[in-house]
Design a protein around this ligand. Structure first.
Ligand SMILES: Cc1cc2nc3c(=O)[nH]c(=O)nc-3n(C[C@H](O)[C@H](O)[C@H](O)COP(=O)(O)OP(=O)(O)OC[C@H]3O[C@@H](n4cnc5c(N)ncnc54)[C@H](O)[C@@H]3O)c2cc1C
Length: 288
């Protein structure tokens, strides 16, 4: 399919980009890697009259440490995440998740900012950001603000971004050293979106779970933060009874669609299995 016609803009600064988006109004869309937006345009599910390409804005790229946070520019690609030894050492779940997104061709172009801004419940990074307690740095003509990832997702393709705002960076508090993490994703084939997936970050002290956070992908209109499931395993040795209760709590907050990945009930059960697997693997990887 061929997309509708559009005007192409290539700003070189954040100020120019948000100025263009504000001036052009709701007919304009930011373009990052284009690996979600362009397919939507080809299917005529989106027909923006203007594309504001963020690729020329160098301030939107790169990975840096700021205090206890890792700050990742929105235009940093999924391949850049894989290539960063610093990131793999400090927040290994980002590498594990990136490797499960699509295929190398997509990962060399698709960006972290596009993945978290898109609002598609099938995107993998949003649940990981909920799990990590990340926040998004956002700039619009009115100035800058920070939005916690846990407050960002409001419905399928509906987020807390105001018209004309862009995400400039993703800010992730570095989990404590010795933490364990895992991203478990069930997919029908390599490169597919999740039937269900779970992200876990936890720490262990004297054989018991000291801290835990759990995120779920593609089992509701938004990514889910499974707060109650995590609370259940804190203080436990991850025995079978605690895992069973946590799985039940995680399944209870899901509301997946019945689609070509399976009926809703199956996807809920798969979310529970992904949670159990991710908890076990994260604990195996944790020190303490
Ligand atoms: C074959 C295929 C398989 C895929 N499989 C997966 C998968 O398994 N898991 C997964 O997570 N993703 C998958 N994707 C999607 C891929 O990861 C996309 O790259 C990603 O979802 C969007 O990133 P992008 O940089 O391409 O954004 P774009 O497509 O350019 O933009 C997506 C949306 O976000 C908005 N946007 C982009 N950047 C910003 C910003 N900085 N601020 C505000 N709004 C912004 C755009 O306006 C648009 O609405 C797949 C894609 C393809 C083509």
């Amino acid at each position: 399919m061929i997309p509708g016609s559009f005007a192409y803009h290539r700003p070189t600064s954040i100020a120019e980009a948000v100025g263009l988006l504000a001036d052009l109004g709701e007919d304009a869309r930011a373009l990052a890697g284009g690996h979600s937006l362009i397919p939507m345009m080809k299917l005529r599910l989106a027909s923006p009259a203007h594309l504001v390409d963020l690729a020329g804005v160098s301030d939107l790229k790169g990975i840096r440490v700021e205090g206890g946070d890792i700050v990742i520019g929105a235009m940093t690609t999924q391949q850049d995440l894989l290539a960063s030894e610093q990131l793999s050492a400090k927040v290994p779940i980002l590498r594990e998740t990136s490797l499960q997104i699509a295929d190398p061709q997509v990962r060399y172009v698709g960006t972290l900012g596009g993945n978290v801004a898109n609002g598609d419940p099938g995107n993998d990074m949003p649940a990981v950001m909920l799990c990590l307690g990340a926040s998004y740095q956002v700039t619009g003509r009115g100035g800058e603000r920070r939005i916690p990832a846990r407050e960002f997702y409001q419905g399928a393709y509906f987020t807390a971004l105001e018209p004309g705002e862009i995400i400039t960076a993703v800010r992730i508090p570095v989990p404590p050293s010795g933490h364990g993490s895992a991203y478990e994703k069930l997919k029908r084939k390599i490169g597919d979106y999740a039937t269900a997936a779970a992200a876990v970050v936890l720490s262990v002290s004297n054989g018991k779970v000291a801290t835990c956070s759990i995120g779920l992908t593609n089992v509701a209109e938004t990514p889910l933060w499974a707060e109650e499931a995590a609370r259940i395993v804190i203080g436990s040795a991850l025995d079978a009874a605690s895992i069973k209760r946590a799985v039940g709590a995680a399944e209870a907050i899901t509301s997946p669609a019945t689609d070509n990945r399976g009926p809703a009930h199956y996807r809920t059960k798969m979310a529970g299995i992904m949670v159990a697997r991710a908890l076990a693997r994260a604990k195996d990887r944790a020190g303490g």
